[in-house]
Design a protein around this ligand. Sequence first.
Ligand SMILES: Cc1cc2nc3c(=O)[nH]c(=O)nc-3n(C[C@H](O)[C@H](O)[C@H](O)COP(=O)(O)O)c2cc1C
Ligand code: SF4
Ligand code: SF4
Length: 277
Amino acid sequence: MSNMEIYWFSGTGNSLALARDLALITGARLKPLAPLIKAKTINSQAEAIGLVFPVYDFKTPKIIEEFITKFEGLENKYLFALCTYGISPLKCLEKLQHELAVKGYKIHAGFAVMMPHNAVGNISFSNADREKALTEGKIRVSKIAAVINNRQIIPVEIETLISVLLLRGLFFKVIKPVSSLLLHAVRHGWESLAFTVNDRCSGCETCSKVCPVNNVTINNSQPVWGNNCLSCFACIQWCPQEAIQLGTGKIRVMRYHHPEVNSSDLIYMKPQTESDY
Ligand SMILES: Cc1cc2nc3c(=O)[nH]c(=O)nc-3n(C[C@H](O)[C@H](O)[C@H](O)COP(=O)(O)O)c2cc1C
Ligand code: SF4
Ligand code: SF4
């Protein structure tokens, strides 16, 4: 068994799927990050540590920063990061590298892997786009596994805005929906984009069960959202009735979760009660 641990955070399964593949190839132990985050400190005997997570707004999710702050002894370990993204990571891993450097830690390798986007807004990716991203993601993981098994030190992967603009048609696919979402927020306020539930809701509680920070409670068989949201989109994307929407429901939600991940995978790896969390 390799002396490596892979800590993962995932809303719609892309990062979990890649973390699982990576653990399978490297023999690393797979560790969900969400249940650890309320601990005072996080410790590990492993010699190598991996962080796998999605890119949010070209940055790491807030929960990753909290994890790094609590993890003791990272300076003595081989540390790598793998972020998954839908359009571009831009300088997400460079920002992470900077945050780690401030704390006296070094990142030894950083990989950015394109996966299907889990966006909301008037955006659509074809099944062919998704299949391509899923297939290429798997291929990338086997190459990444070789790098980390050899404890290679390589620069973190970044993309510049210029290269994205010049090289990728995909970027233009999102400019319109993102700007219309922003315009909507400016016109109607950010609260107009809050999660709401429509009458398709069956009261199954999946949205509450998958939320990694227990931010969704069920009241009278309907979800109610608290103020601790990580914007992971798990609640909206795992709802079997597609009953969760933004605001009044006029904004389109593209439904997606990773095809090889089940909501139960996320549920059993998360804190079950507020006191566990
Ligand atoms: C709130 C939010 C912000 C996002 N921001 C970006 C982004 O800045 N760049 C990008 O390429 N993808 C972005 N995405 C897409 C996700 O990074 C991508 O689909 C990722 O693989 C999802 O991982 P998961 O399935 O493990 O949650 C964003 C998704 C969400 C929910
Ligand atoms: S997952 Fe969907 S159907 Fe189930 S309780 Fe939540 S909103 Fe209702
Ligand atoms: S409320 Fe929904 S989007 Fe927010 S953290 Fe929970 S599951 Fe993720």
